[in-house]
Design a protein around this ligand. Structure first.
Ligand SMILES: Cc1cc2nc3c(=O)[nH]c(=O)nc-3n(C[C@H](O)[C@H](O)[C@H](O)COP(=O)(O)O)c2cc1C
Length: 191
């Protein structure tokens, strides 16, 4: 079974991106993937520093890296902070990009050559589009294959119905389409 991790870039209670990530996770499962939901609050990740890396690589960073490395594909669902991605998510991406054990400097074993997709929910009318542009570039830099489909959910504070579904049909259908393409590309790349 194709394995996909859903990584949410917010730990806020009532997070719109967690709600979007849950919708996407359900869609991924419905389209044949085995999904691991990654709650970054469950990982004790200090701000990256080379001294820490050299002297005491955080066990949770190692654990996150191993979890991501075991997947066929990754879905990032993240808010936009000041036109970019939140430090919570960038820090997690950075720790899991570091070589461990006998790996060379650019092993990128959690990421290299794997399928990725990106989604964002934001209270603004632009839906976090600028943050996704940065996230796409970062994921490409760490040698992921980022699919062209993506999802933005604008006006997130009024976008979700009481049952967690999206009120508007367009972003709802984009979630299905993006999840389906991610499963297909992850499956093809890991075959
Ligand atoms: C430091 C900070 C910067 C923000 N910058 C932006 C921004 O540039 N664009 C935007 O659409 N929303 C911005 N927001 C608002 C977020 O979209 C909003 O807080 C959203 O609910 C966060 O996602 P979450 O509900 O998943 O936690 C910002 C919020 C914070 C805390």
């Amino acid at each position: 079974m194709t394995s996909i991790a859903v990584i949410v870039g917010s730990t806020r209670e009532g997070s719109y991106n967690r709600a979007l990530g849950e919708l996407a996770a359900s869609s991924l499962e419905a389209q044949g993937a085995g999904v691991t939901r990654v709650d970054l609050a469950a990982f004790d990740l200090p701000l990256y520093s080379s001294a820490l890396e050299a002297d005491a690589f955080p066990p949770d960073a190692q654990q996150l890296k191993m979890l991501l490395a075991a997947q066929d594909g990754l879905l990032f669902v993240s808010p936009e902070y000041n036109g970019s991605l939140p430090p919570l998510l960038k820090n997690a991406i950075d720790w899991a990009s570091r070589p461990t054990g006998d790996e060379g400097l650019v092993a990128l074993s959690a990421y290299r050559g794997k399928a990725a997709a990106i989604m964002s929910a934001s209270i603004s009318p632009f839906g976090g589009l600028r943050g996704l542009m940065h996230l796409r570039q970062i994921l490409s830099t760490i040698q992921m294959i980022v699919i062209p489909e993506q999802v933005v959910v604008p006006n997130a504070h009024v976008a979700f119905a009481g049952d967690g579904s999206l009120k508007e049909p367009l972003p709802a259908s984009l979630v299905e389409m993006t999840a389906g393409r991610l499963v297909a590309v992850a499956r093809a790349l890991s075959a």
